[in-house]
Design a binder for this molecule. Structure first.
Ligand SMILES: Nc1nc2c(ncn2[C@@H]2O[C@H](COP(=O)(O)OP(=O)(O)OP(=O)(O)O)[C@@H](O)[C@H]2O)c(=O)[nH]1
Ligand SMILES: [Mg+2]
Length: 217
């Protein structure tokens, strides 16, 4: 019993910081996406392909929650502003880390901020960052049972990408079973199957991003 008030307290502090982050983003006219997935599902690949497709029509920046600069170096090659949020081994980003990152990342002129969360389907689901939408990326090689195993992550998605659909030809993946699990948890959630490798299905995702950015402007 004694832990319950402490946990509540931590979450309410995080929520207050997240609300402040949201106000900062809104004041700067920035649309921010919290991109969550298991390790290797394709967060960095989706970010890079999105940046390459949209960087001539809007200004994009990125933050990467990680313990090494590997992904930051990849994303930097696209030419956008990107910074590492070193989580020091924590399995998720939180609003306090966002506050620190936004004090050094120049948001001037930025339309879209892509935040790559730590690869994990459990911890990141609990912590609000102040971003506008939760983007969850599932991927074919992970298997079709993931909504059933990680309900909080799937329940909290505002848009769900199913990446690596080029792998459907090589792996058993029951799309109807996957979708049923998603629908039970999150009825009507935007569901966009795509491949960050081949580009198949990517245009629908880019349109979703364009619409979200236009609303924020
Ligand atoms: N076949 C296929 N491979 C992909 C696709 N998208 C990403 N990959 C590959 O999957 C691997 C992991 O991709 P990343 O983008 O690094 O995944 P991530 O989610 O950022 O991984 P972490 O940051 O380590 O959690 C890389 O080898 C990518 O080339 C895809 O659509 N199809
Ligand atoms: Mg990555």
């Amino acid at each position: 019993m004694p832990e319950i008030p402490v946990v509540r307290n931590i979450m309410s502090v995080n929520d207050a910081l997240a609300a402040a982050v949201r106000r900062q983003l809104d004041a700067a006219g920035v649309l921010a996406l919290n991109i969550m997935a298991s390790p290797g599902a394709g967060k960095t690949s989706v970010i890079m392909r999105t940046v390459e497709a949209l960087k001539t029509e809007m200004t994009i920046a990125a933050l990467d929650g990680d313990v090494t600069p590997v992904d930051v170096e990849k994303i930097a090659r696209t030419g956008i502003r990107v910074e590492l949020i070193n989580t020091g081994g924590n399995c998720h980003l939180d609003a306090n880390m966002m506050t620190g990152a936004l004090s050094s990342l120049d948001l001037t002129g930025v339309d879209l901020l892509l935040v790559e969360n730590v690869g994990n389907l459990i911890c990141p689901a609990t912590f609000e960052l102040g971003t506008h939408y939760n983007v969850v990326i599932a991927s074919v090689p992970e298997g079709d049972d993931k909504p059933y195993k990680y309900p909080a992550m799937y329940r909290g998605a505002d848009v769900l990408l199913l990446n690596k659909i080029d792998m459907l030809a090589y792996q058993e993946f029951d799309l109807a079973y996957f979708r049923h699990g998603v629908e039970v948890l999150n009825p009507g959630v935007a569901f966009l199957p795509l491949s960050a490798r081949t580009g198949e299905g990517f245009e629908a995702w880019l349109d979703w991003v364009r619409r979200a950015v236009a609303r924020q402007r």
